[in-house]
Design a protein around this ligand. Structure first.
Ligand code: HPA
Ligand code: ZN
Length: 326
């Protein structure tokens, strides 16, 4: 693949990756075994065969099954370090890694163990690899706002370890406005704000996240093209989109990457970046997502460099964290 070396060599930031979505197949069985969790799949091949999805809901059902193997502080440490090692090998120098504590709280796994394990791995990777990372906490949109507000209470003791808040889970019928008060409080507490919007739901969800939740960034934003004035607004107000081509392809949101709207957004001057979302479930880390764009959209070096620049300028990092990248 012609531009593969160029893509790997670019120091880059990844802004949209779910830690729970980075469990590789072999590790799924390793975590299950050491925590005595029963999996519905007997072999690695059976699990791999399950990785085809009709839509977001279909994927989330499998993703939540996978979350069941993560139990201890050590699991969160190992998971995070394994991702950061793979990201480092792909030229990622800074990552904003999201995860949803509500995937684990019902099983009695405390945020102390979750955030503690993740933070220890970040500290190790910063020293050992020179790759820096931050945590974004995802609020699940199919649960109530009251539960989300309880989650903000639970993570308050870890305020210094969590950079921002996002909204994830099944999008349709769970619009951003459902969480307007939660976002207002998160903003008061000093968190940086983003939300999944316009992944499977229309562009109105993107506008609503900006207007009602005052988010600074949009995760996905795939459907923004439905509202040309919204695209202009993203440019004028400098609101970035963290797009995930292989995810959108595998969830049948984009049937054909040769018409993937990222090209249009880039051309229009939107700060769009390339990300992996749930790399082990969607068949590729960040560089495979860049490669898919080269293959299907025919983008070249100038566009690749702009996408990588956007990954830094669209991040929530301090300039000292990303000085090397810029
Ligand atoms: N969308 C919404 N929630 C998610 C996703 C996604 O692509 N991946 C993990 N949680
Ligand atoms: Zn996502």
């Amino acid at each position: 693949f012609m531009l593969a070396e160029f893509i790997t060599a670019m120091p880059k930031a990844e802004l949209h990756v779910h830690l729970e979505g980075t469990i590789e197949v072999a590790d799924m069985f390793r975590y299950a075994q050491r925590n005595a969790v029963n999996l519905p799949w007997g072999t690695e091949d059976e699990l791999r065969a399950a990785y085809t999805y009709k839509n977001l809901g279909d994927f989330l059902a499998l993703f939540w099954q996978g979350c069941r193997v993560l139990t201890t502080r050590e699991d969160f440490y190992d998971l995070t370090l394994a991702y950061l090692q793979r990201a480092h090998a792909q030229g990622v120098v800074y990552a904003e890694m999201s995860y949803a504590p509500q995937n684990f709280l019902p099983r009695g796994i405390t945020v102390d163990h979750q955030i503690g394990g993740i933070s220890d791995a970040i500290a190790y990777a910063r020293e050992d690899l020179g790759t820096d990372a931050e945590i974004l906490v995802i609020v699940q949109r199919h649960r109530s706002e009251a539960e989300g507000l309880e989650l903000l209470d639970l993570i308050r003791p870890h305020r210094d370890s969590v950079l921002g808040i996002s909204l994830g889970g099944p999008e349709t019928n769970n619009p951003p406005a459902k969480f307007a008060r939660l976002y207002a409080r998160a903003r008061d507490e000093g968190y940086r704000l983003t939300a999944h919007a316009g992944e499977e739901a229309p562009a109105t969800y993107i506008a609503e996240a900006i207007n009602k939740c005052k988010v600074e960034r949009i995760d996905h934003g795939y459907t923004a093209f439905q509202d040309p004035l919204l695209v202009t607004r993203l440019v004028d107000e400098g609101i970035p989109l963290t797009m995930c081509p292989l995810s959108n392809q595998r969830l049948q949101i984009s049937d054909d990457l040769s018409t993937y709207p990222l090209a249009h957004y880039l051309q229009a001057g939107v700060s769009v970046s390339v990300n992996s979302d749930d790399p082990s479930y969607f068949g590729g880390y960040v560089n495979e997502n860049f490669e898919a764009l080269v293959t299907h959209l025919g983008i070249g070096k100038a566009e690749l460099l702009q996408l990588v620049r956007n990954s830094f300028t669209g991040s929530f990092a301090s300039s000292s964290q990303i000085g090397a990248g810029l």
